[in-house]
Design a protein around this ligand. Structure first.
Ligand code: BG6
Length: 482
């Protein structure tokens, strides 16, 4: 079957704090991700079945610099030193677009400097220029879970409104310096994480706010990031005069477990809180009624003012983008499956990965239709893929037929959604070159078309090897054949 869609952008995605390494080089500061050690499987928060749980440090304050611990995100895939080789591989696979993130801590290590770090700017100018020379379009995420640690320590993270202004200064620098090189901008990766896992990336810590409820903390950090996102859109439209600003949301499609009306209401509430709320804020620019009601119930009082609310309303995004890995089920009595963010239930019709993420290509078609029908904004799938403990064989490749099948089924679902009438303009496969897992800090949870020779403790050469899926993807790019 052929997939022909003019102007559709196919590509791959990475994030600085999982990919670059060189965590303290050329003036860069640390972020929280780089302070989270590798936690052995048996010590994880959700013990039990293999590879099921999050790394414990995501639900506890980071354990800093204990002896003998390994901090995988400090090393990533050493992209900082090998970026030319990596971009060459993306170009060789004939990708149209590369989604990457810029590390705030390389540009403004403490957040409150008056001038940016020249070495950081130089690195990204070289990298972005090289991408352009290789014919790649570029989507940049300005913040991928990597608020500089000094901002957390001195300002208390995103609960502090001063951090919004520091972020706008950083965004302005990026658009001034790289506005001519970047094709699309995402102010935040998975902006809803701040409400779902506010400790992630050092966004906010409850210990810093004695007496505050967890709900108050998470919805206030989300609010502040939403305001920052709208301000970036406002500034970007003024500076660059193009409609190239999107919101990126961790999508959590779920189905009702059955047709019991009680479960339907449960499901509806789940989808409002876990999906629509974030899209509504980015696309419509105001708090939906169901959230205002929930805030009353939870005694959440958002610290805001009419000026902020106007900024939100008048600076909605140009497109919506989201990560899609799996789906779940919701109901009053559902057995939980595993997932990247919020627990949803098992679906007897779906198989799951080794990490318990339920594979559901039709759910992608459903999600695309659902979002297009609801918002009528162009859509972009900024993350999708399959984590697997790939093994390099004697021929120095990986026979990852499971990944090829995963990608193929999801590409077919996109094709069907386009035939349904959905306006979607691109797709970037997550972790296109192996990198450290965001959630579990493992190197061995691999997503790439390209294998990187490091184990969970960064033993290895770091050399790159093309997997079978690399050739499959390249063939798809050349022929459109699925
Ligand atoms: C997304 C994040 O939630 O999921 C990525 O944006 C992350 O940073 C990806 O890597 C996959 O999750 P994980 O935990 O398998 O790496």
């Amino acid at each position: 079957m052929k997939f022909i869609k003019k102007d559709f952008l196919w590509g791959g995605a990475t994030a600085a704090y999982q990919f670059e390494g060189e965590f303290d080089k050329d003036g860069k500061s640390m972020n929280m991700g780089e302070m989270i050690p590798y936690i052995k499987l048996e010590d994880r928060a959700s013990p039990g079945s293999k590879r099921k749980g999050f790394a414990r440090a995501f639900v506890e304050p980071a354990i800093e610099n204990k002896e003998g611990l390994h901090y995988p995100k400090r090393f990533g895939s050493n992209h900082y030193n090998r970026y030319k080789e990596d971009i060459d591989l993306l170009a060789e696979a004939k990708l149209d677009i590369y989604r990457m993130s810029i590390s705030w801590g390389r540009i403004y290590p403490n957040g409150d400097e008056s001038t940016p770090n020249a070495k950081g700017l130089e690195f990204y100018r070289n990298l972005l220029t090289y991408c352009k020379q290789k014919g790649l379009k570029i989507m940049v995420t300005m913040h991928h879970f990597d608020t500089p640690y000094p901002i957390g320590v001195k300002y208390g993270g995103w609960m502090n409104k001063q951090v919004i202004e520091m972020f706008i200064k950083y965004a302005k620098t990026l658009m001034t310096e790289f506005g001519d090189l970047v094709d699309y901008w995402l102010p935040f990766n998975e902006i809803n994480i701040s409400a779902l896992v506010p400790m992630m990336g050092g966004v906010a810590f409850l210990e810093d706010h004695p007496g505050m409820s967890y709900d108050q903390l998470r919805f206030q950090t989300l609010h502040n990031q939403m305001v920052a996102q709208a301000k970036v859109v406002q500034l970007g439209h003024e500076m660059l005069k193009k409609k190239i600003f999107g919101s990126m949301i961790a999508n959590m499609t779920a189905y009702p477990i059955d047709c019991n009306p009680i479960n339907i209401i449960e499901w509806q509430k789940h989808q409002e809180l876990n999906r629509y709320f974030y899209y509504d804020m980015a696309a419509i620019g105001e708090y939906p009624t169901y959230m205002l009601k929930l805030f009353e119930k939870l005694n959440v009082k958002i610290d805001t003012n009419p000026e902020e609310m106007n900024i939100l309303k008048n600076n909605t995004v140009d497109f919506l983008s989201f990560s899609y890995y799996m789906s779940g089920t919701v109901g009053k009595t559902v057995e939980n499956a595993s997932g990247n963010l919020s627990a949803t239930g098992k679906n007897p019709f779906l198989k799951a990965t080794e990490w318990g993420w339920q594979i559901d290509p039709q759910g992608l078609r459903y999600t695309l239709n659902d979002l297009w029908d609801r918002y009528h904004l162009p859509l972009f799938i900024s993350e999708n893929g399959m984590g697997y403990d790939d093994k390099l064989n004697d021929k120095k490749t990986v026979e990852d037929d499971y990944r090829i099948d995963y990608l193929k089924q999801h590409f077919l679902a996109i094709k069907e959604a386009i035939e349904d009438g959905v306006n979607i303009f691109g797709y970037t496969m997550w972790g296109v070159i192996d990198l450290v897992s965001g959630g579990t800090n493992e190197m061995s949870k691999r997503y790439g078309l390209v294998y990187v020779d490091y184990d969970d403790f960064h033993n290895g050469t770091g050399n790159r090897f093309k997997k079978k899926s690399f050739d499959w993807f390249k063939h798809f790019m050349e022929s459109g054949e699925l």
